[in-house]
Design a protein around this ligand. Structure first.
Ligand code: NOJ
Length: 592
């Protein structure tokens, strides 16, 4: 690495007084500007969750401790030192509550208990303690747009039209005729109304039949949820991720929606009725009383919706995450221009007010490197590192999904029997029943099924990658022979060790958290170039998203920058005046 510094200069004494004055003005101005940019981006102040790097862990697939083939809490506990070694600040766990697992825990049958497959409440308490001892916070998934059909509330609700729990869910009595069509994301025939002969009525389920939607218009239900939240907050957890919450409020007159509305269902499902009112009530009941952060899955249909969710003055939530960025890649690729436009637009919408989440993957997506990078062995590591640089250098809270720190790739199962995900399985049934092109469908899911992102963590080269001694609930990706923690731990140039360095870089440079973001060379189809800037300090980030060499016309004198990070083993900056030529998937962070 070559460091660049200004050549020593001789300054005559007289001019020096003038210099000092300019220096004081500039440095005072710089401090003032820093303070301003922090205040602007930070209402009402600096928050741990803005500065944190959040690691998302899919408990079913991280580490099995008892040989049943399913990851569990004891398994996570045994890996706490690994989690700590990443340098992250908070752990978000996908749901661990009791569940019949129609949707891997997103169908909760008891909100105050731990799923048997995962362990016991004592295990949970030990996990929380182990995290806190290591200075790591815990964020729990809160799944309250719907429950499981095996929850006691639903059992009572379905038993009789006069049950006190009837109103906890949405029912449509059959004598009124068929209910107005609602689209279900996971149902085998896409119909969100399920007929139930016990009371001759239909119940609503936006997700699977085993996930009936809760009725947020009913005050008793809302207060049950607040009590559940207080139960977990009382145990000392540090935050909630509100699953599908943008869909929770509904117009219970169930008006007819236009034909084909399902093509754009979020417009009709998100941010309906009194959702903001319910969030303000939740704030009053829970968030004002406990020190927990909150993040909503989904940010509505517009920036206004997103702002309204997270504007601190409204007392609703802290953060939301929008899907526009993560949804960009398609089977046939994606355009970097589109990618840059989306991330820059969301950044500018939140530049003055509110706070963003930055993520390129989660448990609802296939693997990041297979979608946004290049899984070809020649480029996998480089592109995984380049994407990690993007996430760590953007403004907003970075969320990193387990396994992406190793550059894990899609498993791309070729047989439908190998898939476990309810939405993949049910969509296959739908396609089959409706004469769909199954070959095309299989190709599509090899690229985009959520199961690609849910295969076991690859610890080592042993038969089940060190995940379990039993039969894993979902197949391990055979490439664990080459992509695994054990090998990467030893290699200073591994994706894993690069990731750790990048987390540290972000933590050591507050401008990467709070500094202003500026997109450069907007029309460059291969390079994403941007600066982060705060109080006179500036970082230039150059990311080559292509497998070819590329250059960026940043308009900056690159000779003034010194190299702080590169994803190649060796990097020598060119001589003064010569533009930087980026190698395939090269990622450079330079400091002014
Ligand atoms: C969103 C979750 O992220 C997803 O995994 C789940 O299937 C649905 N909500 C239903 O809870």
């Amino acid at each position: 690495m070559k460091k660049r510094s200004a050549p020593p200069q001789h300054i005559p004494m007289k001019r020096c007084h003038y210099c000092l004055l300019v220096f004081f003005i500039l440095s005072f101005g710089a401090q003032w500007a820093t303070a301003q940019s922090i205040v602007k981006n930070d209402q009402p102040g600096e928050k741990w969750w803005k500065e944190a790097v959040i690691y998302q862990l899919y408990p079913r697939s991280f580490q099995d401790s008892d040989g049943d083939g399913i990851g569990d809490l004891k398994g996570i506990i045994s890996r706490l030192d690994y989690i700590k070694s990443l340098g992250i600040d908070a752990l978000w766990l996908n749901p661990i509550y009791s569940s019949p697992n129609d949707d891997n825990g997103y169908d909760v049958s008891d909100y105050r208990n731990i799923m048997k497959d995962f362990g016991t409440m004592e295990d949970f308490e030990a996990l929380l303690k182990g995290l806190h001892e290591r200075g790591i916070k815990l964020i729990m998934d809160l799944v309250v747009n719907h429950s499981s059909d095996e929850h006691e509330w639903f059992k009572a609700s379905r038993s009789s039209r006069t049950s006190p729990y009837r109103k906890y869910y949405h029912w449509w009595n059959a004598e009124q005729g068929k209910p107005p069509y609602r689209y279900s994301l996971f149902d085998i025939n896409h119909d969100a109304w399920m007929y139930d002969s016990v009371t001759n009525a239909y119940y609503l389920h936006y997700f699977s039949r085993k996930q009936p939607d809760l009725n947020w218009e009913h005050p008793a239900l809302r207060h049950e949820v607040y009590d559940i939240m207080k139960f977990w907050a009382g145990k000392g957890i540090d935050g909630f991720r509100l699953d599908a919450f943008q869909f929770a409020a509904k117009d219970t007159t169930f008006p007819m929606f236009p034909k084909n509305f399902e093509k754009n269902f979020t417009k009709y499902y998100a941010m309906q009725g009194n959702l903001h009112g319910y969030l303000q009530e939740m704030h009053k009941e829970v968030f004002s009383k406990f020190d927990v952060m909150s993040v909503s899955e989904g940010a509505g249909n517009s920036y206004e919706d997103a702002h309204n969710l997270v504007d601190a003055h409204r007392n609703e939530l802290n953060m939301a995450y929008a899907f526009e960025g993560v949804d960009i890649p398609k089977q046939d690729g994606y355009s970097l221009l589109h990618f840059k436009e989306v991330f820059s637009r969301w950044d500018s919408a939140f530049a003055e007010n509110g706070w963003l989440s930055i993520f390129l993957a989660n448990h609802d997506q296939a693997r990041l490197v297979s979608r946004f990078g290049n899984p070809d062995p020649a480029f996998r590591e480089l592109s995984a590192k380049m994407l990690a640089t993007f996430i760590m250098a953007m403004r907003g809270t970075p969320y990193v999904y387990y396994g992406d720190e190793l550059g894990m790739t899609n498993a791309g199962f070729t047989k439908i029997e190998d898939y476990r995900d309810v939405s993949t399985q049910n969509e296959y049934k739908f396609q089959k029943a409706n004469g769909g092109d199954l070959q095309k469908f299989m190709k599509r899911i090899q690229f985009e099924s959520r199961d690609n992102g849910r295969t076991p963590f690859q610890w080592d080269t042993s038969p089940n990658a060190g995940f379990t001694t039993g039969k894993p609930w979902i197949n391990v990706n055979p490439n664990h022979a080459t992509i695994n923690y054990a090998a990467q731990e030893k290699d200073p140039n591994s994706v894993l060790n690069y990731f750790r360095r990048l987390v540290k870089l972000r933590k050591d440079n507050r401008l990467l958290v709070y500094g202003n973001y500026t997109l450069l060379d907007k029309n460059n189809t291969n390079v994403y170039a941007f600066t982060r800037e705060s109080g006179g300090e500036k970082m230039l980030i150059l990311l080559n998203f292509s497998a070819a060499t590329a250059q960026a016309a940043t308009g900056l004198n690159q000779a003034n920058f010194e190299l702080v990070s590169s994803n190649y083993k060796t990097t020598v900056l060119p001589k003064k005046g010569t533009p930087i030529v980026l190698r395939p998937y090269e990622a450079l962070v330079l400091k002014f």
